[in-house]
Design a protein. Structure first.
Length: 507
């Protein structure tokens, strides 16, 4: 069995295992709450592994090593910020969001602001962010399957869509929670074992790691225009965008209470910190053994191609199959979480809420199919950006919209529906325009290219200012029950237990 055979075997094992583990949720998924938030009964340990499995996407497993190969140590800001974003989320959002009683981000918007319009705009943004994040997952699957087995470009994304649709349709959040927790450990193992083997081989050979340019080792040496601004804006986008990603936030609704939500976020930081050591190893080795891939579309395949380049023969082929299995675990886990978050919004806010449980579940399953079909079609059009850069744009859109609404909504009683709506529209339109210009036009040089490719540094402050000014000008629209809402968000569950259900009263 050659390299293609080992890779195909790895993909098959991960796909079958995902559906098998996901089927465990079928016996437990009996209510709508099971499908949307796993009955809010996921323990911190399980939830942290599931969050980490969901969060470590194509950008983490493949994209970071590709960026490091091409741009040097500047690319290390990606794993640093991916992890730091959870510290910000832990500090500002995790526990209050769980205590809100919401199922989705639009739910939270209506609970806090009592506005159907803000809820609808939030729903549109959830879908757009979800689809923008899904496209690179499916493109990464296509790249992986094509590079490792020679399969046609449409096959990898289609396989991911089919496996995820089966898993999500079986038991919703219940099913993917078990699967994502297992997939984190699969991804960690699939990175760790090859990294240890390749590191041992490198030391045995007494190889050096030469670089073709001193800029590769120099901070801000990526060659981009205005690199200091680009770096600072990237930090803003990822650190603040984490708290606005729908598939990340929905995970904290599944905890039993706010205290467990904080514990989950704390464990996640540790799990991510362990994993992100490994793509760095592959990126550095890639600079030594795969310099021909730097700056090419195949740079994202560094993790996949490195084992056989360093170890031609059976051992390299087996290790290639291992990392291929890990890559598919990354695509499946992230795509599952995004599908549930987008399908939850589509089924509740677009298709409506039927009275009967079975009808609600059928609409959720239909929404899951739509949630996958649209980004799959978009992924076939190809991409002009690397996987990590595509995901970075999703982070930027989340940072420019949901982050200000969540922080102000949780910590400032003066936020009004008018202020929030004005800010969401401002941030969404500006960030959306920047995303489209970057993907479709791809300006190369000067300040326009820098401001559009990394828009968070100037759009986030503008969005906050619009929300604050808009709220101050409409003080009479502060919800009359804002005090009760904030008590529920911030007080321990034992103190807020006597308050009526905010979610029910918001309907």
């Amino acid at each position: 069995m050659g390299a293609a055979g080992w890779a195909a075997l790895g993909v098959l094992i991960v796909s079958v295992a995902t559906m098998a583990v996901g089927s465990l949720g079928l016996r437990r998924a009996r209510t709508t709450g099971d499908f949307y938030v796993a009955a809010r009964a996921v323990t911190p340990g399980w939830n942290a592994a599931a969050v980490s499995g969901e969060y470590l996407s194509a950008a983490s497993f493949l994209g970071i090593a590709g960026l490091l190969l091409t741009y040097g140590y500047d690319a290390l800001w990606y794993p640093v910020c991916y992890t730091a974003g959870y510290v910000v989320l832990l500090t500002l959002v995790a526990a209050p969001l769980r205590r809100s009683g919401a199922y989705t981000l639009p739910d939270f918007a209506q609970i806090r602001l009592r506005s159907t319009v803000v809820r609808r705009v939030s729903s549109v943004l959830v879908v757009l962010i979800g689809w923008l994040y899904l496209v690179p997952q499916l493109q990464g699957a296509a790249l992986t399957l094509t590079a490792q087995t020679g399969a046609p470009g449409w096959a990898g994304g289609l396989l991911v869509c089919l496996v995820v649709l089966v898993t999500v349709a079986v038991g919703g959040m219940r099913s993917i929670t078990f699967a994502q927790a297992v997939q984190y450990w699969v991804k960690l193992t699939a990175m760790l074992i090859p990294a240890l083997v390749l590191g041992t081989v490198w030391r045995a050979r007494h190889d050096r790691l030469p670089v073709s340019s001193a800029d590769w080792l120099r901070p801000l040496g990526s060659g981009l225009d205005h690199p200091l601004y680009a770096t600072l804006s990237l930090i803003v986008a990822i650190c603040l965008g984490t708290m606005g990603l729908p598939h990340v936030l929905v995970r904290f609704y599944t905890n039993p209470d706010g205290r467990n939500a904080r514990r989950t976020a704390l464990i996640v930081v540790s799990l991510l910190a362990v994993f992100y050591q490994l793509p760095t190893v592959f990126g550095v080795f890639g600079r030594r053994y795969l310099p021909d891939l730097a700056g090419t579309p195949l740079a994202d395949a560094t993790v996949l191609l490195l084992p056989e380049r360093m170890l031609p023969g059976l051992v390299g082929q087996v290790l290639g199959g291992v990392v291929t299995a890990g890559a598919f675990a990354a695509f499946l886990s992230t795509t599952s979480g995004l599908t549930v978050s987008v399908a939850g919004v589509l089924s509740q806010d677009v298709l409506g809420r039927p009275r009967h449980r079975q009808a609600r579940i059928r609409r959720f399953r239909l929404s899951a199919a739509v949630s996958l079909a649209v980004p799959y079609v978009l992924s076939l059009a190809g991409a002009r950006l690397s996987l990590a850069n595509m995901v970075g744009l999703a982070f930027a859109l989340a940072a420019c919209t949901f982050c200000p609404m969540l922080v102000l909504g949780i910590w400032w009683r003066g936020l009004t529906d008018v202020g929030a709506l004005a800010g969401l529209l401002t941030g969404g339109l500006l960030a959306g325009t920047a995303v489209l210009a970057t993907v479709l036009v791809s300006p190369r040089h000067g300040w326009p290219a820098a401001l559009l490719a990394q828009p968070a540094a100037w759009i986030v402050p503008l969005t906050v200012a619009v929300m604050v000014v808009g709220s101050l000008l409409t003080r009479d629209r502060v919800p009359p029950d804002v005090g009760r809402v904030l008590v529920r968000l911030h007080a321990p569950e034992s103190m807020a237990a006597d308050l009526p259900s905010l979610r029910r009263s918001a309907r």
